[in-house]
Design a protein around this ligand. Structure first.
Ligand SMILES: Nc1ncnc2c1ncn2[C@@H]1O[C@H](COP(=O)(O)OP(=O)(O)O)[C@@H](O)[C@H]1O
Ligand SMILES: [Mg+2]
Length: 410
């Protein structure tokens, strides 16, 4: 039986008239490392990172440093970009440079991070060394890593992104200690340059003295972008979209939205992508200014979800408690004991046990670390004693949406 000559509307009809929105969607994916011509206004930072990496590339004493800056200031992008250039430059001169990028919010234990570093630098077919994803103890992952380094490279650059999210198996900064002192300790002859990236400016204070001393004193701080730079960053990705699809004014308005809290390029790019997806889903042929509100809201939800990932359910309950209070009261600062009551009723709804007041206060304080909450001690005035108050830095609806979504996913 053959249908060869027949016309079958089931398959042969031109795909419904859905307008095409994206031409190269990967250009508006956050993890994508764009080519240099799309990188806006980071010349000085690129120069500085290059300076730090020069000894690694030239087979001199390794250097390690930390980059600080708020979300979306180009820390990850610039580090990856410069590391890739360092590798290429080394190659041109016969120096074998390995580059590995670790996101410590994903690989959040030392063992996982050590495993990912070893896997990222390995090529089993050439080393004959197997690095299973699970099943080895930390020290075995390190041992294999040193072997891999010695076999394959003259120097390596290890980027530890979101390093403040690393939960230490054993001592806060053991991995930094291991990596930064490996050569000195005779474990490998390869130069190891480390780029630590943190959103928190005080991260270095938490480090142990020995680790601190192996990190240079200089720190690199990336400042937020202004609305004009955000606009240029988005303009340089316009070809993610089909020609002419983005309406006049959309990019400027998106830049203004993304500049609101601080100039966050991640938010800018997400807003643009979300707006495109909104248009696509709803059958619009262009991306319009009125699509930006939904796009912005989704960008906020995505961001909070990222921040919440890996947090315990009780942290989420405490956050829900605070969000409920914030939504239902004129004031926006609440004492720990008040939040604790709200937290308990969230737990009751969720059918969960409750933690102690002190534990919840600590959880709240930890959130202030992640820029979800602001917590501070207040004098309390005449005869008032002192106490801690907490303020939610996100819109309560965003929290409701995230924590709900989180629960559905589980
Ligand atoms: N100067 C820039 N030029 C072009 N794109 C940028 C720039 N800075 C950041 N971006 C883009 O914004 C997003 C967030 O940047 P990222 O480097 O991840 O920020 P951070 O690591 O500081 O949070 C990425 O998609 C990145 O490509
Ligand atoms: Mg980053």
């Amino acid at each position: 039986m053959s249908y060869e000559d027949e016309y079958d509307p089931l398959f042969d009809d031109p795909q419904d008239e859905k307008p095409q929105i994206f031409a190269r969607r990967e250009l508006v994916e956050i993890g994508h490392v764009p080519s240099e011509k799309r990188i806006v206004g980071r010349e000085n930072e690129i120069q500085s990172v290059g300076q730090y990496l020069r000894p690694v590339v030239n087979d001199d004493a390794p250097s390690s440093f930390i980059i600080y800056g708020k979300t979306g200031t180009g820390k990850s992008l610039v580090s990856r970009h410069v590391a890739m250039r360092a590798r290429a430059s080394g190659e041109r001169r016969g120096n074998r440079i390995g580059v590995v990028y670790i996101d410590c919010s994903q690989d959040s234990t030392e063992t996982q991070a050590a495993c990912s570093i070893a896997r990222g630098l390995n090529e089993e077919s050439s080393t004959g060394i197997a690095v299973p994803r699970t099943g080895l103890g930390r020290s075995h992952y390190y041992a294999r890593l040193w072997d891999i380094l010695d076999q394959r490279f003259d120097a390596v650059i290890i980027i530890l992104d979101e390093i403040d999210r690393l939960k230490a198996d054993d001592g806060e900064d053991n991995i930094l200690m291991q990596l930064s002192r490996a050569r000195e300790a005779g474990k490998t002859s390869v130069n190891i340059g480390i780029i630590g990236i943190s959103n928190k400016i005080n991260y270095r204070d938490r480090l142990n003295e020995r680790v601190k001393s192996s990190f240079g004193d200089d720190e690199l701080v990336f400042n937020p972008y202004d609305a004009n730079q955000l606009r240029q960053i988005m303009e340089a990705r316009r070809d993610a979209f089909v020609d002419g699809v983005i309406e006049e004014g959309v990019i400027s308005k998106a830049a203004a939205l993304a500049a609101r809290e601080h100039g966050d390029a991640r938010k800018a790019i997400r807003i643009l992508r979300n707006a495109g997806e909104f248009a696509e889903r709803n059958g619009y042929s262009t991306v319009r200014e009125e699509h930006l509100d939904a796009a912005q809201k989704r960008a906020e939800v995505d961001r909070l979800q990222e921040l919440l990932s890996g947090l315990t359910p009780h942290t989420k309950y405490a956050l829900m408690g605070l969000a409920t209070l914030t939504a239902n009261n004129p004031e926006d600062e609440f004492r720990t004991s008040v939040i604790y009551d709200a937290y308990r009723s969230v737990c009751a709804d969720a059918g969960s046990e409750t933690l102690t007041l002190y534990r919840v206060r600590d959880l709240l304080r930890e959130q202030s670390f992640l820029e979800i909450i602001e917590s501070y001690h207040t004098g309390g005035g005449r005869g008032g004693g002192s106490y801690t108050v907490h303020q939610l830095l996100k819109e309560p609806e965003i929290v409701f949406e995230c924590v709900d979504t989180g629960a559905e996913d589980e």
